[in-house]
Design a protein around this ligand. Structure first.
Ligand SMILES: Cc1cc2nc3c(=O)[nH]c(=O)nc-3n(C[C@H](O)[C@H](O)[C@H](O)COP(=O)(O)OP(=O)(O)OC[C@H]3O[C@@H](n4cnc5c(N)ncnc54)[C@H](O)[C@@H]3O)c2cc1C
Ligand code: SF4
Ligand code: SF4
Length: 416
């Protein structure tokens, strides 16, 4: 039957019904044979079949076979070369995540081997030479610069148009972008437009020689690892049959490298015929509560252990005394004690401060995912078995309602 992952040969089927018992998804039934209405044969419901192939072994006459699905991939896979990083910018300032990705892409470039170049894609209007040079110092061998009035303000449609035109023209093997509001919104659309796959929110990336399961050919593939099933497992995803291999990475997941002013690179000014934006920017207003916890060097973070919203005043006091920002766990946001802009974790922000102080946070995997790369972690928790102690450099088992006020008082005294 069309589109089903298995084929039941009506000539071979003897109607014994054994396969029905072997299917755990009720995808098989007995029907009258078209050729001989008196004969009953098995048929599969393509919508219910889960392609587990358990039925194949149950048939005594080998009437059931697996339908080989032809893989439609990108043509000329080998013509795709080089690693690209999307250099997100706003008002002439390149986002930190672009430099973090360039640093990581340099490692991938080495893994990919000789002949692989690293390019940055810079889209916008009135782009400066200084911006291009900073990308070259960050590791780019090539900067593809598209300076066009249509790219003056970010609009997803125009960015998609520009990026996909560049991909079609230059055929990169890998493209990375920051999982920022901009990256998330337009990059997935680029993947659809150029008909390839995209792995969002990767936490690890590496290039490794890997056997293509469909063709058996060894390929250098990008292994894109990200948390799956609520952060309980890490899944490694590959794009063996389509190009480019596309991935997004949240800010602060990878560390920024030290700029190398001696690194040389080429700036290629691309002139593209772009679609016109469909929106006009009237004004932009910054959200008053849009706190940059991802950029903070010290974070004082509070969890459900603080018990109620008013108790966060202590945390803000401590933060002020040590020049820190306040961060929170999701439980705090869900309880309505704080806004989501301060949330750390899988569904919040990824942070990598020099110091992360955690008060009354248990250390659920989804929280750890957003802060475990911090340079130093100090945790205060009354439960000695709290998972947060598994990642903490210094753990204090105790009551935060004693420790926090004492710390604030000591620091206040020191300031006087
Ligand atoms: C799909 C999904 C995504 C998620 N994303 C995120 C995310 O992005 N970020 C996030 O944080 N969570 C996330 N979560 C929720 C996460 O699983 C946890 O529920 C959450 O992190 C718990 O927050 P908490 O540690 O503040 O609270 P709890 O787990 O309730 O921990 C409170 C801690 O406070 C301690 N404590 C209590 N009283 C005191 C005291 N007096 N002194 C000292 N310690 C005390 C307790 O021992 C306990 O360890 C997500 C969950 C799912 C399913
Ligand atoms: S492949 Fe699995 S789900 Fe499909 S009919 Fe056979 S046993 Fe049922
Ligand atoms: S087990 Fe094989 S022979 Fe028996 S009903 Fe199923 S397909 Fe037909």
């Amino acid at each position: 039957m069309a589109d089903a992952p298995i084929f039941i040969d009506p000539k071979k089927c003897i109607g014994c019904g054994k396969c029905l018992k072997g299917c755990g998804f009720d995808a098989l039934s007995m029907v009258a044979s078209d050729a001989n209405r008196a004969k009953r044969i098995a048929q599969v419901d393509p919508a219910a079949c889960k392609a587990c192939y358990a039925c194949i072994g149950t048939c005594p006459v080998k009437a059931i076979t697996e339908v080989k699905i032809e893989v439609f991939g990108t043509k000329d896979l080998d013509s795709y070369r080089n690693i690209w990083v999307f250099a997100e910018q706003s008002h002439g300032k390149i986002a930190d995540v672009a430099f973090e990705l360039l640093a990581k892409a340099q490692t991938l470039q080495k893994q990919r081997g000789e002949g692989c170049k690293l390019a940055a894609v810079l889209l916008g209007h009135n782009l400066t030479d200084e911006m291009c040079q900073s990308l070259i110092a960050g590791g780019a061998d090539i900067v593809y610069k598209v300076d066009d009035p249509n790219l003056d303000n970010y609009e997803a449609n125009v960015y998609v148009d520009a990026c996909s035109q560049l991909i079609v023209k230059h055929k990169p093997e890998v493209i990375l972008a920051g999982a920022t509001a901009v990256g998330r919104a337009f990059f997935a659309r680029v993947a659809v437009k150029v008909r390839t796959g995209l792995t969002a929110d990767c936490t690890q990336l590496k290039v490794e020689s890997t056997k293509n399961k469909d063709t058996g050919v060894m390929q250098m593939l990008l292994h894109q690892t990200r948390p799956a099933f609520g952060g309980n497992i890490m899944a490694t995803i590959m794009t063996p049959n389509h190009r480019p291999q596309m991935a997004t990475v949240r800010p602060r997941v990878f560390k920024r490298g030290t700029p190398d002013p001696k690194h040389s690179g080429e700036v290629i000014a691309e002139v593209l015929k772009l679609i016109a934006p469909q929106t006009r920017l009237v004004s932009s207003v910054r959200n008053a509560d849009d706190v940059d916890i991802a950029g903070a060097e010290i974070l004082v973070s509070g969890g459900r252990g603080l018990k109620k919203a008013e108790n966060f005043e202590m945390l803000f006091k401590l933060a002020k005394l040590i020049g820190a920002e306040v961060a929170v766990s999701r439980a705090v946001v869900d309880a309505g004690w704080c806004t989501a802009s301060r949330q750390v974790g899988q569904t919040g922000k990824t942070v990598c401060p020099k110091l992360y102080l955690a008060f009354g946070i248990s250390g659920a995997i989804q929280h750890l995912e957003g802060m475990r790369a911090s340079d130093t972690i100090i945790a205060v928790n009354s439960d000695p078995n709290a998972p947060i102690f598994g990642v903490a450099d210094l753990g204090i088992v105790g009551d935060l309602f004693e420790i926090l006020p004492a710390l604030v008082a000591a620091l206040e005294q020191q300031k006087q």
